[in-house]
Design a protein around this ligand. Structure first.
Ligand code: NAP
Ligand code: F7E
Length: 344
């Protein structure tokens, strides 16, 4: 009999890649979406699976809603991806972020516990929990030092996931995932902001890309690789926590330069700090400018993950390199503009 999966946050980047991955494996997939006045399934449409996922309303702030959905959909596996996932916004909306990203997970786990069925549960934890990291690279044993309301909420969610495993013997896995991107990434995140911004500059639709901290370093991988790791975590004999990462780090500045090269623009830098400018060599035009409005009250300067445990125990390894990821995103945004597709 086909396995059943319930994905919360199915309309997000990872939700779309995971739903496609599970459908290809023969799963029956229920996708949970919060009701809005405009049901935004564009990522499922772009993946060609909008009609293959059974969509159900779910508001993660509402316990009764969650309990009914878990009872009715009778999943073998739940992938809890729903979250307010934008770190910068969490400084503006710390209470809301805590309600969704922290207590929302307790609501999900309580629903699983009360249903009393052998459901396997995946929690979308994050490298942001390492924050002001105490070692490099970071692994499952690195101490946490979260630096934003988002990261603090996710740390609560991580520990409550561990706690329900230890207290009630539930199969609950926490995936500590480093940044993973794709052409379906939200436009507010730096990678997509850069690829879309530079593609617009190339097409004459934007003059200058305004950006925040160019020195920040991240471990960026491809979302399609990371959803496979989520699935692998739920196929083990025993639930555990795993880091998924590429093991490489690059600065935001590196990302901008490489995305520019993919689009035929050589970017050179002048100035420092808030006065730094990115100049296109051929035209001599300033096309990148620092805007301190995009700085965060507390920054996570460097993240780089050690995924040795996942490689050893799950047989997981990322396949798409950093340069291929940047090229995939830049070329997709450029093509969308050239073909005058709606930019979502
Ligand atoms: P995303 O694109 O922002 O998707 C998050 C989804 O959660 C969206 O579909 C959103 O619905 C939904 N959601 C938000 N609030 C909700 C609520 N109150 N009730 C129900 N659904 C709600 O994020 P992502 O990049 O796919 O990430 C998936 C998960 O992994 C998130 O939990 C994120 O925090 C975590 N994570 C991401 C990364 C990464 O690099 N991408 C790394 C580590 C961990 P709408 O579509 O209606 O907005
Ligand atoms: O920022 C810097 C910014 O917003 C990356 C989420 O998926 O990954 C993501 O969180 C870095 C930061 O992602 C701009 O200050 C510079 O240092 O793309 P981001 P994030 O904060 O790392 C983790 C793993 C998650 O769990 C989250 O859900 O880039 N940066 N200039 C900028 N960032 C943005 N957004 N915009 C800028 O203009």
């Amino acid at each position: 009999m086909a396995k059943r999966a319930l994905i919360t946050g199915v309309n997000g980047q990872d939700g779309a890649y995971l739903a496609k991955f599970l459908l290809d494996k023969g799963y029956l997939v229920t996708g949970a979406v919060r009701r809005t006045s405009t049901s935004d399934t564009h990522r499922l449409v772009e993946m060609g699976i909008a009609n293959s996922v059974e969509l159900r309303d779910l508001e993660i702030l509402e316990f009764n809603n969650i309990l009914r959905l878990v009872e009715r959909s009778q999943p073998d596996e739940i992938y809890n991806l729903a979250a307010q996932s934008f770190v910068a916004l969490s400084f503006e909306e710390p209470i809301y972020t805590g309600a969704v990203d922290a207590l929302g997970v307790t609501r999900m786990l309580e629903a699983v516990r009360q249903t009393n069925a052998p459901i396997r549960f995946y929690q979308a934890s994050t490298s942001e929990m390492f924050g002001k990291a105490l070692e490099l690279p970071q692994s499952e044993t690195t101490p946490f030092h979260p630096r934003s309301p988002y990261a603090v909420a996710k740390l609560y969610a991580h520990w409550i996931t561990v706690n329900y495993r230890e207290s009630y013997g539930l199969f609950t896995a926490s995936g500590i995932l480093f940044n993973h991107e794709s052409p379906l990434r939200g436009k507010e995140f730096v990678t997509r902001k850069v690829t879309l911004g530079l593609a617009k500059i190339k097409h004459g639709e934007l003059d200058v890309l305004e950006i925040g901290n160019l020195d920040s370093k991240r471990d960026w991988g491809f979302a399609g690789d990371y959803v496979e790791g989520m699935w692998r975590m739920l196929q083990q004999d025993r639930a555990d926590d795993y880091v998924l990462a590429s093991g490489e780090m690059h600065s935001v500045r590196d990302f901008v330069v490489l995305a520019g090269q993919c689009l035929g623009m050589q970017i050179e830098w002048q100035g420092t700090g808030a006065a730094e400018r990115g100049i296109e060599r051929k035209s001599g035009r300033v096309i990148v400018r620092v805007n301190p409005e995009f700085y965060r009250p507390a920054e996570v300067d460097i993240l780089c993950g050690n995924a040795a445990k996942a490689e050893r125990e799950l047989g997981w390894k990322r396949k798409v390199s950093f340069s291929d990821l940047v090229a995939m995103m830049a070329e997709t945004d450029e093509r969308r503009l050239r073909e005058k597709k709606a930019i979502l």
